[in-house]
Design a binder for this molecule. Sequence first.
Ligand code: PEP
Ligand code: MG
Length: 319
Amino acid sequence: EADAARAAAFGPAITRDGREVEVCANIGGAEEARLAAEVGADGVGLLRSEFLFLARDSAPDEATQRGEYQAALDALGGKPVIIRTLDIGADKQLPYLRLPAVPNPALGVRGARLWASHPELLETQLRALLGVTPLDTLHIMLPMVSEAGELRRVRERLEAIASELGLAARPRLGAMIEVPSAALCAASLAAEADFLSIGTNDLTQYTLAMDREDPALTARADVLHPAVLRLIQATVDGAAGRCPVGVCGAAASDALAAPLLVALGVDELSVEPARVPAVKAVLRRLDAAALAAELPELLTLDDATAVRERLNAWLARAD
Ligand code: PEP
Ligand code: MG
């Protein structure tokens, strides 16, 4: 019986109306990759590589990085692993990489914008990533992308290094959707990307102009605000099946938000490792098409509180 329960937990999450949704794990490094595998994650939807860069005196060299990325891939045993390139700036700082103090760091040089001033960081990281095997399970994801050119430039660098190394395989390259411009231009990003993943933590912050670190605003900086939901819908519509769309922000782990994200058309949710079984269980109870039929009404409500109430009531009725 315990074996049957375990097998069920490890199986795919298929909604009542037959939608298969990948439930992956968010991790900080190779150590947590083992945990992700143990809880039955379908892969890793976000490895925050900046953790490898924190708590040291200098940036990790190519071999150190490759070792960590390879260990994460090995732990997942052939399941897809999305490794995000260094996401530094705003709330995330490195002691050995002093970025100039600016009045609005959240609107400053962070994430993928860093490559213009620090190309050597990207170069080393791309070389380390291209050193892992097998390359076809590796997905490289860029944070804080606001236009397709940022993706194109990294693709060119990736191609150049891969051919220099004589590699036959290529990793997939994707963009995070964390700012409104990326969500609104999702079609143009989807033309360049192999996958998109919505970072709802930052997307909420930038859509509502509410600092995610400000305790006075945490209660109001709610992903269920209709404006944020419409940008998620715009992302799925923009991708139009050209590439898969996932969500790797905290909303994916949330029992209320997760069904709504699937109803909005998202293909993959990446959640805290401990939440993988619970999120799979929630999705297996969901009729995604029935909830999708409620979207025109939910997305035109006044605020997040109204969406929360309506969604809670709908899910309670459906259960
Ligand atoms: C996000 O912004 O939703 C995200 C997943 O990235 P981070 O929380 O690391 O900024
Ligand atoms: Mg983010």
